[in-house]
Design a protein around this ligand. Structure first.
Ligand SMILES: *Cc1c(COP(=O)(O)O)cnc(C)c1O
Length: 392
């Protein structure tokens, strides 16, 4: 099939020029049978790679039992999956969604409802961060810190103001009587791979405590083991009031969730929120399998073992091609290199050489490989990217 034909019936919001048909381990195969090394994992989703037998068998078994039942009833996989999330996060109560952006919507609604009950009136102010990314639906877009993503779709939800990430004073300066929540990624992804400083995260926690403000941490990309902890906030010895998760939560089956401390979660009552699909048996069977395989295959240990090797190799690229590679930053298997040139041209050349890379912002290449990546894959990536940077 040619690409013009493929594009014919799509609303054009993505520029794409390849059709992938199959995945195996950390490799993808296109419609011509060509093999590619994948350092993007479907945007930090396919943590287990593409052919984990236990994962696939778990889904097949669930398909044979029950694919969907509405939230008017319990289903077994969702009960188990909610328990896994609570246990891994240290939070108490979970609501399942179908995507990251919906998890953000729910988190915002919960924060507002909590403040509403506490103050007996609406209190809708939300402090978000510049360069943040929280999703594309109207509420999530309202707290996304890139002006040109928001502008064409205004008016968005009201009461949102933007602080500087890693600048505690800028958050403090925005707090008013009306503030109900601060929302931030524990490690900014889309905006350019910016890890949070300890002072910033602990400082925001304290500000929220002092002013009775809900702290929402968006762990949609940096959570689920990507940084070497199950959730990235576990590096900072704090507890958020609400978290959002998605991406690797189902390792490819669309599923997200938000989770909260019990007294916050209890602000919602029947009628306040809902979803037809969210947490259905197929999606949450995937979540269960992901947690079980993480345990069994020691995924966190593997990330902590392999990530320093990736960082070492990226730093080697910086040493060799310092005129182009300006910075290496990130945590665990969520790394970025900042370039002095647009990332797009490098990414296109990499694809021609059968290496799948993705960007974060205009001049940052983001490395979010399947968490099962091995040294040999990183070596292969290094060789291909090195040869491209050499000629750039
Ligand atoms: C991807 C992402 C989202 C949005 O998730 P979708 O599933 O695309 O709606 C929200 N927040 C962060 C940090 C993300 O990386």
């Amino acid at each position: 099939m040619d690409l013009e034909e493929a594009s014919k019936h799509f609303i054009h919001v993505y520029n794409r020029n390849i059709i992938f048909t199959k995945g195996e381990d950390v490799y993808l195969y296109d419609s011509n049978g060509e093999k590619y090394l994948d350092m993007g994992a479907g945007i930090a989703v396919s943590a287990l790679g593409y052919s984990n037998e236990e994962y696939k068998q778990g889904l097949k078994d669930q398909i044979d039992k029950l694919i969907h039942i509405s939230n008017l009833y319990f289903n077994e996989p969702s009960i188990k999956a909610a328990g896994y999330i609570a246990q891994a996060s240290g939070l108490d109560k979970v609501f399942f969604t179908n995507s990251g952006t919906e998890a953000i919507e729910g988190a915002i609604k919960l924060a507002r409802k909590y403040a509403y009950l506490k103050n007996k009136e609406s209190k809708g102010g939300i402090i978000a961060m510049n360069h943040s990314f929280h999703g594309r639906s109207m509420g999530a877009l309202s707290v996304t810190g890139t002006k040109h993503y928001r502008k064409p779709f205004e008016p968005l939800i009201g009461g949102v103001s933007f602080a500087e990430y890693n600048n505690l004073e800028s958050v403090k300066a925005l707090i008013t009587e009306d503030t109900c929540a601060v929302i931030l990624e524990t490690l900014q992804g889309e905006g350019g791979i910016y890890p949070a400083s300890r002072e910033f995260i602990t400082g925001v926690r304290k500000l929220c405590d002092d002013h009775d403000i809900i702290m929402i941490l968006d762990e949609i990309q940096c959570g689920m083991g990507r940084t070497g902890k199950m959730f990235a906030y576990q590096y900072y010895d704090i507890m958020p009031d609400i978290i959002t998760t998605a991406k690797a939560l189902g390792c490819g089956v669309p599923v997200g969730a938000f989770a909260a401390r019990a007294d916050v979660a209890d602000a919602m009552c029947p009628g306040d929120h809902g979803t037809t699909y969210g947490g259905n048996p197929l999606a949450t069977a995937a979540v269960c399998k992901v947690f079980e395989i993480f345990q069994k295959e020691h995924i966190l240990e593997h990330v902590n073992e392999i990530a320093p090797y990736l960082v070492e190799k990226l730093n080697l690229l910086k040493d060799k091609y310092g005129n182009i590679v300006k910075d290496v930053r990130g945590t665990g298997l969520m790394q970025g290199i900042e370039l002095s040139i647009p990332a797009g041209s490098i990414i296109s050349k990499a694809l021609e050489k059968h290496l799948v890379l993705i960007s974060a912002g205009s001049n940052i290449i983001r490395f979010v490989p399947p968490l099962v990546v091995e040294k040999e894959h990183i070596d292969a990536m290094y060789d291909i990217l090195g040869s491209i940077l050499k000629d750039a």
